[in-house]
Design a protein around this ligand. Sequence first.
Ligand SMILES: [Zn+2]
Length: 462
Amino acid sequence: MFRPIIAASLLAAASPIIAQVHFSPLVDPKVAVLRDEALTGDHYAWDIVEGLTTEVGPRLAGTEAEARAREWAVKRLNAMGFANVRVEPFDMPVWVRGHESAEIIAPFPQPMVIAALGNSGSTGAEGITGDIVAFDSVDALRAAPNELVSGKIVFVDHAMPANQDGSGYGQFGAPRRQGPTVASQKGALAIVIRSIGTDRHRNPHTGVMTFSDGAKPIPAGALSNPDADQLLRILKRGQPVRMKLVLESSNLGTRQSGNVIAEVPGRDPSLTPILVGGHLDSWDQGTGAIDDGAGVAIAAAAAKRIMDAGRPLRTIRIVWFGAEEMGLFGGFDYRAKYGKQPHYALIESDFGADKIWKIDSKLGDARKAEAEAIGKALAPLGIVTGKFDEADGSDIGPMINDGLPGIGLSQDGTRYFDLHHTPDDTLDKIDPAQLRQNVAAWTTVLAVLSGGIEEPKSRKRR
Ligand SMILES: [Zn+2]
């Protein structure tokens, strides 16, 4: 708990200018103007997410599609006028989906809708057939004797509800994250889970899992929610249920992914930078609009609006992380290269594009007034101020845990897990007005953090 405080006081010592800044209880009128203009007029974010989802489409980590997304990103970020636009490549193991199907063979033959989970083992083209053994949780699976599970297809259920903060994902994601390893260790033939999602549509939700503790990979898939309901009804009839499963996924070995980085150079390069980001990769079934085309768009749009207004005191660094979905590879690569360097704040958008309702921050005790000033400036957008000792984000999460300062802007997640990791994650799910509210909030945060924006006139003199 005290690490961030130490980091913050070191920063304050290294950059005396921070200590001289006094945050008035009133909102700076310049910040308010930037906020309000973004709310009514931003088009940058929509242009980015519309362009990326249309011109690239799905972009699974480490694939040729993700490489095309990086090329697209470099072109777009250069065209928007950012400086130091570059790709920082890294290697990663690449997994891809193949043909996939599920069907009940007995007692009531019928097809089901399934998607392989990321890193699933393959059934081969011919598929596998086995009896279903069902559990209502991973804990129940864990408690089961191996003889009950061995040679069977395990089904794990759960009952994830929708809620505003998306907090159910941590708890109810267990069947996907831990289920496959537990099933494999007990000798299961394969595992199918109820999708980790809150919708009632026939869309399975994919997502990554890893076989840990030496568990050998087995085929692992997610049934759509209506198919999981159907399977339960069939099981309740009390007869043995046989399923045929084809999940032809494959591992392509080590390939390249990369982070795309761009900057708005600050007037004082000795000051620590602000990192704003999202992740460029997406799952392969939709076009990655809410996850996370919207996030990269919001981060870059806000930085662009600051750049349009003039020159910020400190540098704003945009990072479009690669390969988040398969295991935060881009976040860990950035952390390995820059994580030891001080940053003024880390912020990431990776929870869709619905309205932001809360800000949490973890800037350290010495910067409480600054955090409060940001909260005041955001209040007219309907955003409440939450905690001062908490911030999170996917790729930036490990660095915030290391002690780097961060800000978390929470979007309304009520419908996020209806769409998350499904073929339904497409552009039409983004509400342009709510997207602009996101950009307005981010622009406000950057306007305060940037240390003051110098009008373009003085920029020309340089
Ligand atoms: Zn995401």
